[in-house]
Design a binder for this molecule. Structure first.
Ligand code: GLN
Length: 296
């Protein structure tokens, strides 16, 4: 790997200059870490001792080029470097696929709380995008059978590359199609279904930051007039698709909790509850298929 040496002083001056051109310090530090190989803690050390020198994996000139494209065209840094760290792995990402968000990591925790000690089962990730949820499930439940569904061919081939690289030995099938539709052969056999569907109401899409609005796929963001178009479709398939005692777990927008909980209850799911994000906002909804007791 290429190595570029810089003095602390030079690096700090470079950082100040680029931030003077615009953008957020957290994003520039993210770029320095991910593409430059300079961790946040190494950066802190330079503040205390600017006479130290540091090694970078990329030249400051090259990093400046990426930063300026990001500022000028508002392209997300993750697309520019083609990578995004998420949970304990690093996903490949590209335009046409939603950049996985940090809060979505929690959906996996809700699932693993219930399922990490269960050795066999069948999970599905509806609207897999980059494959973030699918990769996390495949790595944590390696003996399970997995299904990742997406309507976008581009997303599905990216999810496949991520799965092959990050969970190579796990059995995960990829399906091109709309929500439940490709999963009909597994109807009634799914123990766990996760989804981070598009849930932003139409009218709010224009108000998103340009970095999201102008570059991330609206297919993965736009939830129709009230934001619940996809959620409704997913919840309506839960009773048929889940196995006895199986769980549906969804991410939704900050103000949709009551409605999503109602939708789950009205669809016949049981033990419905919400989950908070790291700021304590209700962003997840979980519901269980009634347990069917064998009659004798
Ligand atoms: N959380 C994403 C955002 O704020 C939206 C993702 C989604 O609609 N599923 O941009």
């Amino acid at each position: 790997m290429a190595s570029f040496r810089s003095s602390g002083q030079e690096l700090l001056n470079w950082r100040r200059k680029l931030l003077g051109e615009g953008g957020r310090a957290v994003d520039l530090d993210w770029l320095l870490d991910l593409q430059g190989g300079l961790s946040w803690s190494s950066m802190q050390k330079l503040y205390f001792d600017p006479y130290r020198s540091c090694e970078l994996q990329e030249s400051l000139d090259q990093l400046a080029i990426i930063w300026r494209i990001h500022l000028k065209d508002q392209i997300p840094l993750q697309y520019l470097i083609g990578r995004c760290p998420w949970r304990d792995f690093e996903l490949e990402v590209s335009p046409g696929v939603l950049i996985p968000r940090q809060e979505t990591e929690l959906l996996v925790d809700f699932a693993l709380e219930r399922f990490k000690h269960i050795n066999f089962g069948c999970w599905a990730d509806l609207g897999t995008g980059s494959g973030a949820l699918a990769v996390a499930l495949a790595r944590s439940l390696p003996k399970w059978e997995g299904h990742a569904v997406d309507l976008s061919k581009k997303a599905l081939s990216l999810a496949e590359r991520n799965l092959v690289r990050l969970a190579p030995k796990v059995e995960v099938e990829l399906h091109l199609g709309n929500w439940w539709e490709p999963l009909k052969p597994w109807w009634g056999n799914l123990s766990l279904v996760l989804a981070n569907p598009p849930y932003i109401p139409n009218a709010c899409i224009n108000e998103l930051e340009p970095v999201v609005r102008d570059h991330e796929p609206h297919l993965a963001l736009d939830g129709g007039p009230d934001g619940l178009f996809a959620v409704r479709e997913i919840v309506s398939g839960a009773l048929g698709s889940l196995s006895s005692g199986g769980w549906l777990m969804l991410e939704h927008q900050h103000d949709q909790s009551d409605e999503v909980i109602d939708l789950m209850n009205n669809a016949g799911l049981e033990n419905v509850y919400f989950g908070n994000d790291l700021q304590g906002i209700k962003r997840f909804a979980m519901g269980q298929h009634p347990i069917v007791r064998a009659s004798n």
